[in-house]
Every structure is written in C-alpha cells, then in structure tokens.
Design a protein around this ligand. Structure first.
Ligand SMILES: [Zn+2]
Length: 70
C-alpha cells in the first residue's frame, strides 16, 4: 500500500489596506512567517491524488504514489 502525502491548505493573514505582505505574496506566491505562528488549516488532502483526509479511509492506496513507482 502506498501512502498519501498529506498537505494542509492554510489561511494566512496578509494585513489590511495596502499591505506590503499582500503585494509580495501576490507577486511571488510566497510568504514567510515566524516558526511559532499559528495558522488556520482549511483542508487536509493528499498532494498527489487530491483525496481529502476525511475521505481517504475509503481509498487506502494513493494513485499518484502508485504511478510514481510504476
Ligand atoms: Zn494520495
């Protein structure tokens, strides 16, 4: 059985108004936060096959992982 690679889609505040953080994140697709920052996770899903964590019990193997090793 190949394992899913879980990732979390997260919500990170970008500040209000003309925030430099928002501009930088919009242009680069990146944003750095201090290590101890608590963030809100909207959804956990497999990076490879996109199955949600809640639904994965009915889909034990990861199709993406299987195709990577084929
Ligand atoms: Zn998967």
């Amino acid at each position: 059985m190949r394992g899913h690679q879980w990732v979390g889609a997260a919500l990170v505040g970008m500040g209000a108004g003309g925030a430099d953080r928002a501009e930088h994140a919009a242009r680069t697709g990146r944003h750095v936060v201090p290590a101890a920052t608590r963030i809100t996770v909207l959804e956990v899903y497999c990076e490879g096959c996109r199955v949600s964590y809640d639904a994965h019990l009915s889909m034990q193997s990861c199709d993406a992982a299987l195709s990577r090793t084929a």
